[in-house]
Design a protein around this ligand. Structure first.
Ligand code: SF4
Ligand code: SF4
Length: 443
């Protein structure tokens, strides 16, 4: 698909890609493009390079692919003596390299920036190059289809509204049986509720237990909350394909739901890139500030514990539990301690993997990798770093506050025969819930 498109590239296409690329490189980023001191410190920070040892996987090499093009068209030395300054023509061959390296060897995890000796924001520049490719239809098909489905159908799995509502009603019935209270609810379109809760569409399709878990926690906390029947998709693959306009449409729908339902706080389910997109990036994409609060569900649940709104019994989760830190939630999103606070109170034996928190390695599933099937083999190979981290903990349960990561960890579990269960934070917390007297009376 990309080969066919590359073969059809016209000079006008390349001009358009260059224009979009230049628009993304503001002056502070242009300075980055000349700052690499070739120290090589970033190499070992990238899970791709750690796993395959290939030059093409070194972050500085990926940066160099971008820098060369910038120099060729936007610096005087690059225009007059391109061979001298390592400037690079933007042509079909360069585009082939960009697709392979900037889509196929990067999960936009940000770990290289953390370790770069001069603090270069490498994933920002890689995303800028992805934006240029998106402008001329060079995004790998699987990733672009995910964005197209979300734009056309309202959620990235194309779930019809009736099916979403039916699934929620079915989970509600299960919740009522579990807590023994026919008044337990998963509210839909309740105007004026305090919280609007969003989910990854993979939850209603494949992981109803994670919706049930969040519903059970809200029930125990006697929260005022609601789902929207129309816009509930927390994901935003525009972050990954580099298309800001599409990203604005997706995040804008959640803003519309907040306004229509008049809620106070937009609560983002356990989804790393959904958190980073909707909490931090969306105001820039939308060109406006939010006039409501945006929180991760982990912040909400941690608050319930601190305020004594829910009670947890860690002995209900006796197996050893370790925690994966999703890059977009932790390193790039700033939600670091809440998940630990919850897990220490929900599980009897919580063990950290090493390294952890901001220094944690990517699982390999971010950056849209799970949707780009042509790079699946590379993704699994790069995931060995995470598989080794998990194995070293000896844990029986891996908790990941992100459904993207859960998909990759589930594949790694099978591929590397880790023998673990993979769960969300809310699933562990819900299992540890001690329901209050009111709920017990109702049963
Ligand atoms: S952002 Fe992550 S995957 Fe991409 S080059 Fe840097 S360390 Fe590697
Ligand atoms: S760590 Fe930073 S300065 Fe050093 S080679 Fe990598 S990108 Fe360049």
């Amino acid at each position: 698909m990309n080969e066919e498109r590359i073969a059809r590239l016209t000079p006008e296409d390349l001009k358009k890609a260059l224009r979009v690329f230049r628009e993304k490189i503001h002056s502070e980023y242009a300075a980055y493009l000349n700052s690499c001191v070739h120290c090589g410190l970033c190499a070992e920070s990238c899970h791709y390079y750690v796993a395959d040892g290939e030059i093409e996987s070194i972050p500085a090499h990926k940066l160099n692919l971008i820098t060369g093009v910038f120099k060729r068209y936007f610096t005087s030395a690059g225009k007059s003596i391109p061979w001298w300054v390592g400037a690079k023509e933007l042509d079909g061959e360069t585009m082939r390299e960009w697709v392979d390296s900037l889509f196929g060897r990067c999960s936009l995890c940000g770990r290289c920036s953390l370790n770069c000796s001069v603090g270069l924001n490498i994933p920002y520049l890689i995303r800028a190059a992805r934006s240029a490719m998106a402008s001329i239809d060079l995004v790998p098909l699987g990733l672009q289809s995910t964005v197209n489905t979300a734009i056309e159908k309202g959620n990235n799995m194309g779930i019809p509204e009736e099916e979403w509502i039916e699934t929620v009603r079915w989970i509600e019935g299960e919740l009522q049986s579990e807590v023994g209270d026919k008044n337990a609810r998963l509210p839909m379109d309740e105007r004026g509720a305090r919280l609007l809760y969003t989910v990854n569409p993979r939850e209603p399709m494949f992981f109803p237990l994670s919706i049930a878990a969040a519903g059970k926690i809200f029930y125990a906390a006697r929260e005022s909350w609601t789902f929207s029947s129309k816009h509930y998709d927390v994901t935003n693959y525009g972050l990954y394909n580099g298309d800001d306009e599409a990203a604005a449409v997706m995040s804008g729908r959640l803003v519309t739901s907040m306004e229509e339902l008049d809620c106070e706080t937009l609560v983002l389910a356990e989804c790393g890139h959904g958190f980073n997109s909707n909490r931090w990036e969306a105001p820039e994409w939308l060109g406006r500030k939010y006039d409501f609060e945006v929180k991760s569900v982990l912040e909400i649940v941690a608050d319930y514990i601190r305020q004594g709104r829910i009670t947890l019994d860690p002995s209900r989760n006796p197996a050893s539990v370790t925690l994966h830190d999703p890059c977009n939630l932790v390193r790039l999103g700033g939600i670091v301690e809440e998940q630990r606070y919850i897990l220490r109170r929900s599980a009897a034996n919580f063990v950290e993997m090493t390294p952890n928190r901001e220094k944690n390695f990517c699982c390999g599933g971010g950056g849209g990798q799970l949707s780009m099937t042509q790079f699946a083999e590379r993704r699994l190979k790069a995931g060995k770093v995470k598989a080794d981290q998990i194995r070293r903990t000896g844990a029986k349960v891996v908790v990941a506050p992100c459904h993207n990561c859960i998909d990759q960890l589930t594949e790694l579990n099978k591929h590397y025969k880790l023998g673990v269960e993979v769960k969300t934070v809310c699933e562990i917390a819900a299992n540890a819930l001690v329901l209050g007297r009111g709920e017990e009376d109702a049963s």
